[in-house]
Design a protein around this ligand. Structure first.
Ligand SMILES: N[C@@H](CCC(=O)N[C@@H](CS)C(=O)NCC(=O)O)C(=O)O
Length: 222
């Protein structure tokens, strides 16, 4: 039976997972829960399922693959990475994958702390000012490599792709001086199976990136 990936109907923590599954042409159910409209932002659609799926730590995203049921984004990436040989084939590639995955989590967490904060307007500027430092180190680490682990694509590439693409919508032009990061985005986008997903109706090119209660990216960004 095809695996099920459950998540909100947003990019959020799941877009990189969706990209990876499409890249590998995995037949899966992309189950998207719809959060209610303001002012209630009901989570009812998810809450009806939350404790009935047999999940040990009920949360979104979840992945159900046969008898295996899991939550925690990092566990889902690691599982799929192992299953589809996207963890890196050498020690060096595996270390690079693991490092850049964790670094991307730090950046994503910092971003979430800003966009979900009621003080968003105050916090936005300092976050934008922090972007060159964040992007510079990713750019240096990527160097002349095709992908973040080297010449082979790994699961962290899909996470970083999603993060950079979102930051470029949040702060247009923030990638301008990083030619290798822009080339990396273009490289991922030109992978035929990824391109097919990016061009499909279901792809959320302009979001929503975040949950509906976020101060930025909770709806499609014009
Ligand atoms: N530690 C979890 C956090 C997951 C999480 O915060 N999920 C949010 C959406 S991004 C959610 O709405 N979860 C559903 C819930 O809390 O019931 C992970 O890394 O996957």
């Amino acid at each position: 039976m095809a695996p099920t990936l459950g998540y909100w109907n947003i990019r959020g923590l799941a877009n990189g997972i969706r990209l990876m599954l499409h890249y590998k042409e995995v037949d899966f159910e992309d189950k998207r829960y719809q959060q209610g409209a303001p002012p209630d932002f009901s989570r009812e659609e998810w809450l009806k399922d939350k404790f009935n799926l047999g999940l040990d730590f009920p949360n979104l995203p979840y992945l159900i693959d046969g008898d295996l049921k899991m939550t925690e984004t990092s566990a889902i990436y690691a599982y799929l990475g192992r299953k589809y040989a996207l963890c890196g084939s050498t020690d060096e590639a595996r270390v690079r994958n693991d490092m850049v995955y964790s670094v991307h989590v730090s950046h994503r967490s910092a971003f979430s702390a800003v966009v979900y904060n009621k003080e968003f307007e105050t916090l936005k500027g300092p976050f934008v000012e922090s972007l060159p430092g964040r992007l510079e180190s990713l750019s240096k680490f990527l160097g002349d490599h095709e992908y973040f682990a080297g010449s082979e694509i790994v699961y962290a590439d899909f996470c970083v792709y999603d993060l950079l693409d979102m930051l470029n919508v949040f702060s247009p032009g923030c990638l301008d001086k990083y030619d290798n990061l822009k080339a990396f985005l273009a490289r991922v986008e030109s992978l035929p199976t990824v391109k097919k997903f990016l061009d499909s109706d279901g792809y959320m090119k302009r979001g929503p990136f975040n949950g509906a209660i976020a101060q930025w990216g909770g709806v499609v960004v014009p």
